[in-house]
Design a protein around this ligand. Structure first.
Ligand SMILES: [Zn+2]
Length: 63
């Protein structure tokens, strides 16, 4: 079963990456977790879209 990550900014879908230890977002995506849950963005542009939607800071760590 493929696990797909969905960008919160543009809705783009990409397969998640499988690593020892678990399944993670694509390594070039950006993600963060806060009280509202996890947010994913496929690019810096989308980080800004997500931040605008949520009214939060656009600062995230590229991990
Ligand atoms: Zn996106």
């Amino acid at each position: 079963m493929a696990i797909v990550c969905i960008c919160d900014g543009c809705g783009k879908q990409e397969p998640a990456e499988h690593w020892p230890g678990g399944i993670f977002k694509p390594s070039h995506w950006f993600g963060r977790k806060d009280d509202d849950g996890e947010q994913l963005a496929c690019s810096r542009e989308c980080i800004e879209k997500v931040a605008a939607k949520s009214g939060k800071t656009a600062l995230v760590l590229p991990i």
